[in-house]
Design a binder for this molecule. Structure first.
Ligand code: PLP
Length: 425
């Protein structure tokens, strides 16, 4: 049994062995330089080509390039007709803007607890959360694992709810062989650098519905009905935002999109290595890929089984110590969010725009309960996980994934030696 690096033993992975994301090559350089020297720097040919290429790749009819995934989520809700005081269901555990995008259009998030195994919204708990005001579901395909859309869409249809997919982490993930972002009425992707398809900052709105597209398009660009490449009349027909993106970023995104099928295969291969080498590791709960689902392994979550670890003290302290021990081995795990969504201050205070708005809209607060104790599964997940993200991305391949698995096994096989008092002093 080798000594843990955190206690002075040999380190599993050395500094510099993990390469940064995203890999940049001549494809990126040529396209970005082309955009730099082109006549248009705002919206131009690269934006339009990117939208066509992304729509073709994803199997969506319409696409609009945005300056963030959050903007695309907001557009999805507006495209689906969600408005002031409406209730929108969303998972209790995700990135904050899966829920704050609902507030952006004065609607009210209603949280649904998660399923522990998939870490996604528990579809069996949706019906109990529906109120007379519920109009839509923000369906987050978290960590790169798609929801079960057979079951989700059945509930949505039964209650006439629109579905906006949050695909900000799930580019290329499949359910029954079909890509995410094609199941709901609209979907949002993010191209922020942390995402597995990126261009610095940016996003993509997609839909198959022409009316949803038109409404989302107004919000995207100043409330206008025509896009900048069309003959504009410069008239604000509705309240619009400025959610467009620019040519340099579009060119970068085109280069990364062209390489994404290859990057996706690398993610799949790296995930497969962990799935092969980690089962049986003591006190470690592994992520699942249920039958019919193809994960993109955007974020490979490691969760501690505290009981199996023999730990009865403060769970977050113990998790911090395990995470530190993994980092000392050179395994770059991290704790992403410390809080479930309903626990975040913006929801606890029920005040987004001042004067308690939008919860102060007459009737809007009825049936809203943000007591964190109502989401025990999300809490249990939130206090036990560590995220493994960038190290599984290209150009890092299966050789490195094998060594990462070795570092993880080393720490968990010596879990009895983890002493938070000693490690976190
Ligand atoms: C990153 C992310 C977003 C927001 O995307 P941005 O481009 O950062 O606005 C929304 N939802 C989820 C699940 C995300 O991971």
């Amino acid at each position: 049994m080798s000594k843990l690096a955190i206690y002075g033993g040999p380190k599993t992975i050395q500094a510099g062995e993990i390469k940064p994301w995203p890999p940049i090559d001549r494809t990126d350089e040529e396209l970005v330089l082309n955009a730099l020297h082109a006549e248009k720097q705002a919206r131009g040919d690269h934006n339009i080509a990117l939208e066509q290429e992304f729509a073709a790749w994803n199997g969506s009819r319409y696409a609009l390039f945005t300056n963030s995934g959050t903007a695309a989520l907001h557009m999805g809700l507006v495209g689906c007709g969600v408005g002031a005081g409406d209730h929108v269901l969303v998972t209790a555990y995700s990135w904050s803007s899966s829920a704050t995008c609902i507030l952006h259009h004065d609607a009210i998030p209603i949280f649904v607890d998660i399923d522990f195994d998939t870490m996604n919204m528990d579809i069996d708990k949706i019906e109990a959360a529906i109120t007379p005001r519920t109009k839509a579901i923000v369906a987050v395909n978290l960590h790169g694992l798609s929801l079960d859309f057979d079951r989700l869409l059945a509930v949505a249809r039964r209650h006439h709810l629109k579905v906006v997919e949050d695909c900000c982490q799930s580019h290329g993930a499949l359910f029954k062989g079909r890509k995410v972002g094609t199941f709901g009425d609209a979907a949002a992707f993010s191209f922020n650098q942390n995402k597995c398809m990126c261009c610095g900052e940016g996003g993509m709105f997609v839909t198959n519905d022409e009316q949803v597209y038109q409404q989302a398009s107004q919000l995207w660009s100043f409330g206008e009905t025509r896009r900048p490449e069309q003959s504009r009349d410069y008239h604000a027909y509705a309240l619009g935002w400025m959610y467009r993106n620019n040519e340099l970023t579009a060119a970068f995104a085109r280069a990364q999109l062209a390489k994404y099928p290859h990057h996706f295969e690398i993610l799949r291969a790296n995930g497969a290595v962990l799935n092969r080498l980690l089962p049986g590791t003591p006190a470690l709960i592994l992520p699942v890929e249920p039958p019919g689902h193809t994960h993109n392994w955007y974020n490979y979550n490691l969760r501690i089984d505290f009981e199996a670890a023999g730990w009865t003290g403060d769970k977050r302290q113990f998790r911090a110590a395990v995470n530190a021990a993994l980092n000392a081995e050179g395994v770059p795990t991290a704790v992403w969010q410390q809080f479930i969504l309903p626990e975040m201050t913006v929801f606890q205070a029920r005040n987004a725009y001042g004067d308690g708005y939008p919860w102060s809209i007459p009737g809007a607060n009825e049936g809203v309960d943000y007591n964190p104790a109502r989401f025990p599964v999300a809490q249990r997940h939130c206090e036990s996980y560590m995220a493994l993200v960038m190290a599984l991305r290209a150009p890092n391949g299966p050789d490195l994934a094998e060594r990462i698995a070795g570092g993880i096994r080393k720490v968990f096989e010596n879990i009895g030696q983890i002493d938070p008092d000693r490690i976190l002093k």
